[in-house]
Ligand binder design. Structure first.
Ligand code: GRF
Length: 204
């Protein structure tokens, strides 16, 4: 069975692009069925349209959060979305949205959580002076970047790194990590035990 993906993105959409490219060459048993954004100008929407994927553009600054989520839920249910992927989505989802897709929403975050949750994680890492940062893919719960961690990738902070140079190296790893997690979910290879994500043994 092909995993039907609903993507939420607010910006340039390079993570979305990585998913689109991988699904196109059959690298993932998944298909992007809809891309929604709270920013009608998001480049992510253009990337979806180029592949003739359905899009939903919502003016996040002009409609209230509840209405925005209702529209997304309606569209995602209509498209029978199995997994919601937050790929640079700059809003906190409400408990109602999360309960609709409980354990079926993942997020990519550019730090090694629980360090540096929230906005500008790469800047936070540089300012703190850590020697290692990275990225995390996690299930989404009601908190800010607090859900169960699925996979993480460390990235070394180099002498002279700026927020931009670190962000660029992390982004490269984000694309790979996100695809790896979608692959694990599409193959039904992970499950939750409490808040710990475990991988099934191949003989299970
Ligand atoms: C990424 O760094 C992601 O971790 C964060 O927002 C950024 C989105 O990048 N949540 P893109 O829009 O996928 O290029």
């Amino acid at each position: 069975m092909t995993l039907r993906l609903g993507i939420l993105a607010s910006g340039r959409g390079t993570n979305l692009q990585a998913i689109l490219d991988a699904t196109m060459i059959g690298e993932l048993k998944a298909e992007v069925v809809i891309v929604a954004s709270d920013n009608p100008k998001a480049l992510a929407l253009e990337r979806a349209k180029e592949r003739t994927i359905e899009t939903l553009a919502l003016p996040g600054d002009r409609i209230d959060g509840q209405k925005l989520e209702d529209r997304i839920i309606k569209a995602f249910r209509r498209e029978r979305v199995d997994l919601v992927v937050l790929a640079g989505f700059m809003r906190l989802l409400s408990p109602t949205f999360i309960s609709f897709f409980r354990h079926r929403i993942i997020n990519i975050h550019p730090s090694l959580l629980p360090a540096f949750p929230g906005l500008e994680a790469q800047r936070q890492a540089i300012e703190y002076g850590v020697k290692v940062s990275g990225c995390t893919v996690h299930y989404v719960d009601e908190g800010m970047d607090t859900g169960p961690i699925i996979l993480q990738q460390a990235v070394k902070v180099q002498d002279g790194d700026t927020r931009e140079s670190l962000a660029e190296r992390i982004l490269h790893q984000e694309h790979r990590l996100l695809l790896e997690v979608i692959h694990l979910i599409a193959e039904d290879r992970i499950y939750l035990e409490g808040r710990t994500v475990r991988e099934r043994r191949s003989d299970e």
